[in-house]
Ligand binder design. Structure first.
Ligand code: BG6
Length: 476
């Protein structure tokens, strides 16, 4: 019988990479899988601006052994993946699809055969269509449906999976769905839904964490947050207040329930400032108190750089067109704050800051403000356009340079006492980058989507392999 206590027995740190079900599996309608919200959106919505879908994605469903073989050969010893809710429960609730269970059993068993620690996320943006059509995460009955789905996964896979997370990036997911409006069902600047979503996602997570404990599953469970820590532009007025407001907007609705088992103390004050309310039930408080995670997953890409609001209506700045647009990523919230655009900091082609120092500052902040919890870097990577040579090989030196800087900052934070014990590069291989389609590549391994999904490791894959080897040599 596998034991969590053995996970860190021989090694003090896990090194690996990650993917998410909809982004890599493909097989969208086979072996009993139900339709997902993203299947529906990509097939029918005019807002699918890049006209791509995840029908085949990276064909991981049929090629998981090849991907896991490459991981193992690359020295990686942990794999973060997500389970597709609609593959387990085609209608979101009710009848279980045994073929879905079988598929994840195969993936998990093969991980173990290859010496790879499986790290499973229960929900990574891909809602079963039936539940989406009933209001999705705005209908708070979904918190119980999620809990039931989670319990099935714990029962089926809990003997072998020792690292779990409930939900991937509840904050960013809610932001794209309710503020940007680029994720289905595409609500735009809907502050009310933005916060209600986060509340319901956190409540669902707390319920599942409580079930995990009640079922006596051996392992750790937490939530994955997109922690871009807030930094205030020095030109700003009222810096302390500005930080508090922006930190609430970006972080606190997730971090406080996840790490302290309650809602943020400033919630009522913020309801007035942002002008929203929360539908809740009487016993929610108790549920939150029983839903503290064992660790925090952090997806680290960028910070949130803000200044005081100057003028103008609430507006979102976003770029899903890459090089086809010059838009920088950010927001203006009327009367409260707005993004500050620092010209000295690099940006990717999608207008997002690339600022590896933030790995260090975000980790230190979590340590100092939230009692130094166990942390895993569940995602970190760099999206770029890539041109392979005639053999399909990609010399992704730009990725390697940034990758190295991020890792150096993570190890610096670790050396200063941050309790970080794992790193997952995003992503294991090229995959569907949501609304950005397939041109934005993150993989350590190239997927030739036009040539039978051929896998070709990139220069960064070999660089990472050497890095991991050296790490273990110097820490043995
Ligand atoms: C994270 C998500 O926010 O960022 C991933 O968890 C996503 O699913 C990754 O792919 C990169 O974002 P994008 O939009 O460039 O694919």
């Amino acid at each position: 019988m596998r034991k969590y206590a053995d996970v860190f027995n021989k090694k003090d740190f896990l090194w690996g990479s990650g993917t998410a079900a909809y982004q890599c599996e493909g097989a969208w309608d086979i072996d009993g899988k139900g339709e997902g919200e993203w299947d529906y959106f990509n097939h029918y919505s005019v807002l699918n601006i890049n006209h791509e879908d995840g029908d085949d994605a990276s064909d991981f469903y049929h090629r998981y052994k090849e991907d896991l073989n490459l991981m193992a050969e690359g020295g990686q010893n942990t794999y973060r993946f997500s389970i597709s809710w609609a593959r387990i429960l085609p209608n979101g609730t009710g009848e279980v699809n045994q073929q879905g269970i079988d598929f994840y059993n195969d993936v998990i068993n093969y991980c173990l055969e290859k010496g790879i620690e499986p790290n499973a996320t229960l929900f990574h943006y891909d809602l079963p269509l039936t539940l989406a059509a009933q209001g999705g995460w705005l209908n708070n009955q979904i918190t119980d449906h999620f809990n039931e789905y989670a319990k099935i996964c714990f029962k089926e896979f809990g003997d072998r999976v020792k690292i779990w997370s409930t939900i991937n990036e509840p904050r960013y997911y809610s932001y794209c769905t309710n503020m940007v409006g680029n994720y289905p069902p595409n609500r735009h600047i809907d502050i009310q839904s933005y916060f209600q979503y986060q509340y319901n996602l956190m409540l669902a997570s707390a319920k599942a964490i409580h079930s995990f404990k009640e079922m006596g599953i051996d392992g750790i469970i937490g939530i994955v947050h997109d922690n871009g820590n807030v930094e205030v532009d020095p030109i700003s007025e009222n810096k302390e207040e500005l930080f508090k407001v922006a930190d609430f907007f970006y972080n606190r609705m997730i971090l406080v329930p996840a790490l302290e088992g309650k809602l943020p103390d400033e919630l009522d004050e913020m309801k007035q400032k942002f002008n929203f309310m929360i539908y809740h039930s009487e016993n929610d408080k108790e549920i939150f108190s029983k839903g503290i995670g064992d660790y925090l997953g952090l997806n680290l890409y960028n910070r949130q750089y803000v200044k005081h609001w100057e003028a103008g209506e609430t507006e979102i700045f976003h770029n899903n067109k890459g090089a086809g647009s010059t838009s920088l990523e950010g927001i203006r919230v009327k009367g409260l704050f707005e993004s500050s655009f620092d010209k000295k900091v690099r940006r990717n082609k999608w207008g997002r800051e690339v600022n590896p120092r933030v790995m260090y500052t975000a980790l230190l902040e979590i340590k100092e403000r939230y009692g130094n919890p166990l942390v895993m870097i569940t995602e970190n990577g760099h999206g770029i356009y890539e041109t392979p040579d005639a053999n399909g090989y990609v010399e992704d030196d730009e990725r390697i340079e940034i990758f190295k800087e991020f890792l150096d900052y993570m190890l610096k934070a670790k050396a200063e006492g941050v309790n970080v014990k794992g790193y997952y590069h995003w992503s294991t291989m090229d995959l569907y980058s949501w609304i950005n389609g397939y041109a934005k590549r993150y993989g350590l391994v190239r997927v030739d989507f036009d040539n039978n999904f051929k896998r070709i490791p990139k220069k960064s894959y070999y660089w990472y392999k050497d890095f991991i080897n050296q790490y273990y040599q110097s820490h043995s």
